[in-house]
Design a protein around this ligand. Structure first.
Ligand code: PBE
Length: 303
């Protein structure tokens, strides 16, 4: 009887040690080692986002131009949500990570990360976010056209709006709050814009945080002016083709000249660039600031 009891205890103890060992294995990842090469520490992997994003094709170019592909580097497709939650985990445990990064975005507000230098200019020098419409939008809906010609904000305004959405607020509620708090800007953007009287505006966007923010703000301003605005989320490629074909009217999500460049090139005869709605954007690769010796994309091969 006693023996059996002992055996039981030993069994339970053994099992708990095993579980402890296993879980401690999985929850204590290795920290970044500055004295070791970065490649093997991240399995030569750049953590990316959705396949249709321009930053993904720019990063494929970077893999070629910086000779990273020949050194076994690869780009992992995921989503903005998956990438930023991976980033949060890495930061928590001071692990190494190389990711696709862009601004305006709350990731630079929330996490201690830095852009890697891009001496070959693969991601372009200065990006901007443009408003793009179908060629016939001006004649089809001159009122809304005028508004989109006049709409432009800055990375700070956009960043704050995105951050509120990130914190769980409904994007339409954020838009309403923004409108309330920025009467001067809204008046400027709607100057001489006639009332919509129910005229339809079909906006297209991709569910990137910047586009969610700008689409909801502009749609709400036009709704307040009496336009009947619909917003449709789609992948990048279908978004451009639907604007070119006229099934959608307008988007505020064109990152140019480089990031959305290939799509713009493809459809440029059928679309019009109305305005730059946000200047001072930036796209590239990023790492946590504690990866002190990794400062340029070139460092990924050497360090
Ligand atoms: N982004 C954000 C997009 C555009 C908006 C930089 C991730 C991209 O096409 O890469």
């Amino acid at each position: 009887m006693k023996k059996r009891f002992l055996k039981h205890i030993v069994g339970i103890l053994g099992l708990s040690f095993l579980t402890l060992a296993l879980t401690s294995c999985s929850v204590t990842p290795k920290q970044y080692q500055s004295d070791q090469k970065v490649g093997p520490q991240v399995h030569h992997t750049i953590t990316g986002i959705d396949a249709g994003a321009g930053i993904m094709s720019s990063t494929q170019n970077a893999l070629d131009k910086y000779d990273l592909k020949n050194n076994n580097w690869q780009l992992q497709t995921s989503s903005t949500a998956a990438m930023t939650s991976q980033l949060a985990k890495s930061i928590k445990y001071k692990q190494p990570i190389v990711l696709t990064g862009w601004q305006p975005h709350w990731m630079f507000k929330k996490f201690p990360i830095k852009f890697l230098k891009d001496p070959k200019g693969v991601y372009g020098k200065a990006e901007q976010i443009d408003t793009v419409a179908g060629k016939d939008f001006a004649t089809k809906n001159p009122g809304a056209y005028k508004f989109f010609k006049q709409f432009h904000w800055d990375p700070d305004m956009m960043g704050d709006t995105m951050y509120e959405n990130y914190n769980g607020k409904d994007p339409q509620e954020t838009a309403k709050k923004f409108i309330k708090e920025h009467p001067k800007e809204v008046a400027e953007w709607t100057k001489d814009v006639p009332d919509g009287n129910g005229k339809t505006v079909k906006m297209a966007y991709v569910t990137w945080d910047d586009a969610i923010a700008s689409t909801n703000v502009t749609a709400q301003i036009l709704r307040d002016k009496g336009y009947n605005v619909s917003i449709s989320a789609m992948e990048a490629q279908p978004m451009w083709s639907s604007i070119a074909s006229g099934s959608s009217d307008v988007t505020t999500a064109a990152w140019l000249p480089v990031t959305s460049g290939p799509l713009y090139e493809k459809y440029k005869d059928k679309v019009e660039r109305l305005a730059t709605n946000c200047p001072g954007a930036k796209v590239g690769l990023a790492v946590p600031t504690y990866m002190k010796d990794v400062n340029s994309i070139e460092d990924l091969n050497n360090k």
